[in-house]
Design a protein around this ligand. Structure first.
Ligand SMILES: Nc1ncnc2c1ncn2[C@@H]1O[C@H](COP(=O)(O)OP(=O)(O)OP(=O)(O)O)[C@@H](O)[C@H]1O
Length: 340
């Protein structure tokens, strides 16, 4: 049955290249009107899955449905899916207006309808005053906005974006990712956004789908994944967590009731200012062996007498230590989470 929860449904997807299975029995659903990021290291299979959804991979096993329709064997142009790549792929000899209008003209839409749709789209992407420019005279961020507009104007059921921001500088990336989120919400488009940048994924996604070696590790909101990683891979990949075995916790004086398993401690939970009430807190003492100032935050590592190196993080306004200092930080023991 179609409902908004399984607007896109991928079941038991298996894809091999030359006998090498790169996507292994992958199944997931995507809700209508949401932005889902595929996040995973290089080679984990993100692009391969995107291409399968778009119909660009020839052979695979499994089933893909979109809005209740089985699209597994449909040609790419029959799927009503838009795709945007890292490189902008605009037509260099067409103006901004004509690039955006291109698909509507192919569909032989009436001229007045095209004029209105493209004008509206130019306003949404903030490039009304650039309508007669050629791509060569636009910045990278502007070109990518035109590429996005060119896909969005066709009102696809699903828009796939494959690392659309990776060719841009850091500031433009942040601006454009926020704009993509805004377009997505304003127009209610269902989007899949591929990235290997976890901050980017966390910042804009309703849901994050984490892949490793062609398998789904976890799907959930950014908050769920960050605070409650289900696998060691996710714990390690997301958020720079400390991952410690029960025996390590015991050595650090942070014993849990359970004797085994792996546990995570998020770096920002190690407080360098002594809490007013120490109830429920355990101290960790160590030497500051690494320290990196990241604008308003500081990341540092403590080496304890037991030889453990624990990662911590704090805001920099009331920092009261420096490299090589022996310091004590405080952790609320209840915040230690078991992986899984
Ligand atoms: N056409 C192909 N022929 C052979 N192997 C391929 C082909 N396309 C992808 N692969 C392999 O499939 C695996 C997944 O590749 P894919 O490009 O999907 O990963 P990715 O997660 O998107 O990586 P990246 O972040 O680097 O783009 C890799 O091991 C890759 O070498």
């Amino acid at each position: 049955m179609v409902n908004t929860d399984n607007f896109l449904s991928v079941s038991h997807l298996n894809i091999s290249f030359n006998g090498n299975t790169v996507i292994k029995d992958l199944s997931f659903n995507i809700k209508k009107g949401t932005l889902t990021s595929f996040l995973g290291p290089s080679g984990s299979g993100k692009t391969t899955v995107l291409r399968a959804i778009a119909g660009l991979n020839q052979a695979f096993a499994g089933q893909i449905t979109l809005d209740g329709q089985d699209i597994t064997n449909l040609a790419p142009n029959q799927r009503n899916i838009g795709m945007i790549f890292q490189s902008y792929a605009l037509f260099p000899n067409l103006t901004v207006f004509d690039n955006i209008a291109y698909g509507l003209r192919v569909q032989k839409k009436p001229k007045t309808e095209i004029e209105k749709a493209v004008t509206d789209m130019l306003a949404i992407i903030g490039l009304t005053d650039r309508r007669d420019y050629y791509p060569a005279n636009l910045s990278g961020g502007q070109r990518q906005r035109v590429a996005i507009a060119r896909s969005m104007v066709l009102e696809p059921k699903l828009l796939l974006l494959d690392e659309p921001l990776s060719a841009l500088d850091a500031k433009t990336r942040v601006e454009l990712r926020n704009q993509i989120k805004r377009y997505q919400q304003e127009l209610g488009i269902t989007m899949i956004f591929v990235t290997h940048d976890q901050t980017e994924a966390m910042a804009i996604s309703d849901d994050v789908l984490i892949m490793s070696l062609g398998e789904l590790e976890q799907q959930g909101s950014a908050m769920e994944i960050y605070t409650n990683p289900k696998t060691m891979f996710v714990a390690d990949f997301i958020g720079n967590h400390n991952v410690l075995a029960a025996t390590d916790l015991a050595m650090l004086g942070l014993g849990t009731d359970q004797p085994d398993g792996q546990y995570i401690i998020r770096p920002e939970l190690l407080e360098h200012v002594m809490p007013a009430n120490l109830n429920g807190y355990a101290p960790i003492e160590g030497q500051v062996v690494e320290m990196a100032v990241l604008g308003n935050r500081i990341e540092y590592s403590l080496k304890t007498a037991t030889g453990h190196v624990v990662k911590a993080e704090c805001m920099n306004q009331n920092i009261n230590f420096t490299l090589n200092d022996e310091i004590k930080v405080y952790l609320k023991v209840a915040e230690i989470k078991k992986v899984g």
